[in-house]
Design a binder for this molecule. Structure first.
Ligand SMILES: Nc1nc2c(ncn2[C@@H]2O[C@H](COP(=O)(O)OP(=O)(O)OP(=O)(O)O)[C@@H](O)[C@H]2O)c(=O)[nH]1
Length: 579
């Protein structure tokens, strides 16, 4: 039959058998009619898809997938089968005894060979690792060969190693010893000092430090590692315990502060202080914030003691005055009742008198008694007036002292106008930051800022506007600085900023960012939008340097900034600072 006839017949049978007209059905009918055998199609796309999803995690896998892809590409079932068989054979290969091999290698590394130094063995092992290129079979066989070679090498005899090799060994030994020493010191000096509350762990840390310095062989290292693991495990418990204790203490403190605050319901200043303390304790507290809590508490105690004494004195005065007043009132009452008795006597004498002459003496006595009574009344009124004035003065004094008590904490460390630290506050912060920087080996920068043309602003808009401009600057600085940077008012329009953990380059960036921020935030004075600018000098504080000397250096730089156009930041020149 001709192909055309076969095709026609195939279509007819498709219709007769009511088969779907798919290529497969057509193909099988075609071969049925022609009496030939259908050739199987090669599923290349599907196989390529399978290949693309296979993992390539190591060299062996990469090579397998490559072999399979090339077999699929050449449409060779036998090649595909070959690569699959290879894979299964590799998997069926005996399991390598890695643990035993590694133990063997370590043992040989530690052995004292006559003809092999540690450095040589280290180098040979490194070569094996590098050359195996992640191929596990190759690595296994090369490492096994190396271990065998070392195994058969002679035991220690003090054969001198070549000079170069010895240097390498010495260097390796030196760095090993240095590392051990460092680790031992960490255990003895740092870990143990953190474990005051857990004496048995502290002793263990100290002992492990000693063992670490002395351990020489693999068995010793194993023991040490086991003890270290145990220490770490127990340390975790200590850390958890300490966190729990800390949380408990904080909640106790909170309870205490809450109770105090309930007790001092009438004392606004104390309530303010207690609220500030509670706010500080409200979140995980840093060393800096702890300083702040301590400082506030100290101020509360100091100032409260002295001011409370003054208020008590004033109250005592009022009590004394009241007692005097009561006494006066008593004697006045005595005087008036005496006067009344006298008057009654005179009235009787007048009623019984027979002639006018007899009355003359009585009238003189009445006049004298009345005069005396008037004087007594006047004296009493004067005394009462004086007393009232003194009571009012004492009350005013109490009021003033209460107010002083309210403001006292701020006034002790803070500038009352701007709320920035004052000189005393700066001194305290400076001392803390200098020692913190020296302890931690970090950089501390100090900047002196002076507002530009401030006199003109005062002269044009008045002193009050000048004050507001100062507040504007302080608010902007606060927004731009990190919480642990400190701002203090050093003089009229001069401020000092301390920037802990900051390099000089970063300090300049911070100050310039501040200047940019000030240009964005206008200051409004009588509806005029004013631009507040400042000139600044900045320097790195030298280790343990006095505050006055760092400020002086920054001040000189600040004047350079003024002299060279203002609204600038100048770094204290290199010849004045060697940090
Ligand atoms: N409003 C106000 N002004 C103050 C305060 N303290 C200082 N001043 C004023 O700040 C001005 C500083 O003036 P100058 O030292 O001449 O400095 P300046 O005008 O800023 O000039 P340059 O520093 O050269 O830019 C003075 O007029 C002071 O009276 C304050 O607390 N409030």
């Amino acid at each position: 039959m001709q192909p055309l006839d076969i095709a026609r017949e195939a279509l007819r049978r498709l219709a007769m058998r009511q088969l779907q007209p798919t290529p497969e059905n057509y193909r099988s009918l075609y071969h049925e009619i022609a009496g030939t055998k259908a050739e199987e199609l090669f599923p290349e796309r599907a196989l390529k898809l399978v290949c693309s999803t296979l993992p390539r995690l190591n060299q062996a896998q990469i090579e397998f997938v490559q072999r399979l892809e090339s077999a699929v590409g050449s449409r060779s079932w036998s090649a595909i089968s070959g690569s699959l068989v290879g894979l299964l054979r590799a998997q069926a290969a005996p399991q390598r005894k890695w643990t035993a091999l590694l133990k063997d290698v370590f043992k040989q590394l530690e052995r004292n060979h006559a003809s092999l130094s540690f450095a040589q063995k280290h180098q040979a092992l490194q070569q094996v690792l590098d050359s195996s290129n992640g191929e596990l079979d190759a690595l296994y066989s090369r490492m096994s060969a190396l271990a065998d070679k070392w195994e058969s090498a002679d035991e220690a005899g003090p054969t001198p190693a070549p000079a170069g090799v010895e240097a390498v060994t010495a260097a390796t030994d030196n760095s090993d010893a240095a590392l051990r020493d460092l680790f031992a010191r960490t255990l003895e000096g740092v870990v143990s000092s953190l474990l005051i509350a857990a004496p048995d762990l502290r002793d263990e840390a100290l002992e492990l430090g000693t063992v670490l310095r002395e351990v020489r062989d693999m068995r010793g290292v194993d023991d040490l590692a086991a003890r270290l693991r145990n220490l770490i495990y127990r340390l975790n418990w200590v850390v958890d315990d300490q966190a729990e204790i800390r949380a408990g203490l904080m909640s106790l403190l909170d309870l205490l502060l809450k109770n105090i605050s309930d007790l001092v319901i009438d004392d606004r200043w104390m309530r303010g202080q207690i609220d500030a303390l509670r706010n500080l304790c409200d979140h995980p507290i840093s060393a800096r914030e702890l300083d702040e809590v301590e400082r506030r508490l100290r101020e509360v105690i100091e100032r409260q003691g002295s001011l409370r004494g003054n208020i008590d004195d004033a109250k005592h005065q009022i009590k004394l005055m009241l007692a005097g007043f009561v006494e006066q009132l008593g004697s006045f009452t005595d005087a008036t009742s005496g006067f009344g008795n006298k008057m009654e006597g005179y009235a009787r004498t007048i009623a019984e008198a027979d002639d006018i002459g007899a009355l003359q003496g009585v009238i003189a006595e009445v006049i004298s008694a009345t005069h005396e009574m008037r004087q007594t009344t006047e004296r009493s009124r004067n005394e009462v007036d004086t007393m009232r004035d003194r009571v009012r003065a004492a009350e005013a004094e109490i009021e003033r002292l209460q107010l002083e008590l309210e403001q006292t904490s701020e006034r002790m460390r803070h500038d009352p106008l701007t709320g920035a630290l004052n000189r005393k506050g700066l001194e305290e912060s400076y001392a803390k930051e200098v020692s913190r920087a020296s302890r931690r080996g970090t950089k501390l920068c100090l900047a002196v800022l002076d507002i530009d043309n401030f006199k003109r602003l005062n002269d044009t808009y008045g002193h009050n506007t000048g004050d507001e401009a100062l507040l504007h600057l302080v608010a902007t600085v606060r927004d731009c600085l990190r919480p642990h940077d400190t701002l203090s008012r050093y003089g009229g329009e001069e401020f000092v900023i301390l920037l802990p953990e900051t390099s000089i380059d970063d300090a300049v960036i911070v100050l310039q960012r501040l200047q940019r921020e000030l240009t964005k935030r206008f200051f409004l004075a009588n509806n005029d939008k004013l631009l507040i600018t400042f000139s600044a000098g900045v320097t790195v504080v030298l280790q343990d340097e006095q505050q006055s000397s760092a400020i002086e250096r920054a001040d000189v730089a600040m004047y350079q900034a003024k002299a060279t156009g203002k609204n600038r930041v100048v770094v204290a020149s290199a010849d004045t600072v060697s940090a």
